[in-house]
Ligand binder design. Structure first.
Ligand code: PEP
Ligand code: MN
Length: 345
């Protein structure tokens, strides 16, 4: 259930509603919009209905949210969520571009890639230090040493760092090195891990599971939000379908659908989505045209020698072209989505 307060409701009115709900053992989350406050209530509908909330001062209406996700829903938080990472905002009209290798392989490799993707126009650096590999015999990542190299690359370039967390045990250690914690597709339903990162305030890049429905994905976001971390960035990275020619099927339907259902930003990973470098740029263009709030792209100075995902990694030169193209598309779209131009385009 959500309690929609009247425009300009007084602080005291909001506090009274919150106190009543809490006194009955209900969970309360507040969404403070520019015009009005919405109080999200977690707990059985019946218990909320028994209370005289509707009649309280400052309350406009009490509404049942039909989706199983509540805090992730647009009803609870009508305006887009904006997430500040360094000097960049994820969720605004300017798409953010995150780029870097699949894995951190050495100090030289990550620093060189960081410098080059920055020069090409990337806003953040990606690179895995803990890798979820399908085979236990494949390169598993450099672990904490990899995080140290990422931090060095950030120091040299100023690019915030995005890297994957696989286990709760290393959370405190990772918080020191990392600007955005990635939850990989394989861990999208690792609920203890979701709860643990939900107890921090770090921005979380939550990838869609290999075979997850949009609802399951949003429910995973809900786990993080329910613990008190509002900074969730969703990442569409392709799903398993019957099509064997590409690694996954990039579900660009998810971009407008999720933006309709939820206030959380959505970025797209065309690298894992299609799995072949030559098709990454067209899908990146399509993602931005579909309205994605950003991209996460695998880039390697020498893809043929990459220790993981070389076949889907762009060279620096190809990445430079991608940035030019997607920025052009974003620029072409902005006037149309800008309220000043709507209906006049
Ligand atoms: C990755 O980003 O390198 C990765 C392993 O992604 P995913 O979890 O989407 O497979
Ligand atoms: Mn990868």
């Amino acid at each position: 259930m959500i309690v929609v307060m009247k425009e300009g409701a007084r602080r005291d009115d909001i506090d009274s509603v919150v106190q009543l709900l809490k006194s009955k053992g209900l969970g309360v989350h507040i969404s403070q919009g520019e015009e009005r406050t919405i109080v999200g209530v977690i707990g059985p509908k019946e218990r909320v209905r028994e209370l005289p909330v509707q009649a309280m001062a400052g309350v406009e209406k009490v509404v049942a949210v039909s989706n199983p996700f509540k805090l992730a829903s647009r009803a609870f938080h009508p305006q887009d969520t904006l997430i500040q990472v360094g000097e960049h905002v994820v969720g605004g009209s300017e798409p953010v571009i995150i780029a870097g290798p699949c894995s951190v392989e050495s100090r030289e490799q990550i620093v060189e890639t960081a410098e080059k993707v920055k020069a090409a126009g990337a806003n953040m650096l990606r690179g895995g230090a803990f890798k979820p590999r399908s085979s236990p015999y494949s390169f598993q990542g450099l672990g904490e040493t990899g995080l140290k190299y990422l931090a060095e690359a950030r120091e040299k370039t100023g690019l915030p760092v995005v890297t994957e967390i696989m286990e709760i045990d290393v959370l405190d250690m990772m918080l020191e090195y990392v600007d955005v914690l990635q939850i990989g597709a394989r861990n999208m339903q690792n609920y203890p891990l979701l709860k643990a990162v939900g107890k921090t305030q770090k921005p979380i890049l939550l990838k869609r599971g290999l075979s997850a429905t949009i609802e399951e994905w949003l429910m995973s976001a809900e786990y993080i939000l329910a613990e008190g971390n509002p900074n969730v960035i969703l990442c569409e990275r392709g799903i398993r379908t019957f099509e064997p020619y590409t690694r996954n099927t990039l579900d660009l339907n998810a971009v407008p659908v999720v933006q309709h259902l939820s206030h959380l930003p959505v970025v797209v990973d065309p690298s894992h989505g299609i799995g072949q470098w030559r098709h990454v740029t067209p899908m990146a263009r399509a993602a931005i045209a579909a309205g994605a709030n950003g991209l996460i792209v695998e880039v390697h100075p020498n893809p043929e020698e990459a220790l993981s995902d070389g076949e889907q990694s762009l060279t620096i030169e190809n990445f430079e072209n991608l940035v030019v193209e997607v920025r052009r598309i974003a620029k072409a779209m902005n006037p149309v989505t800008d309220p000043m131009y709507v209906g006049k385009a």
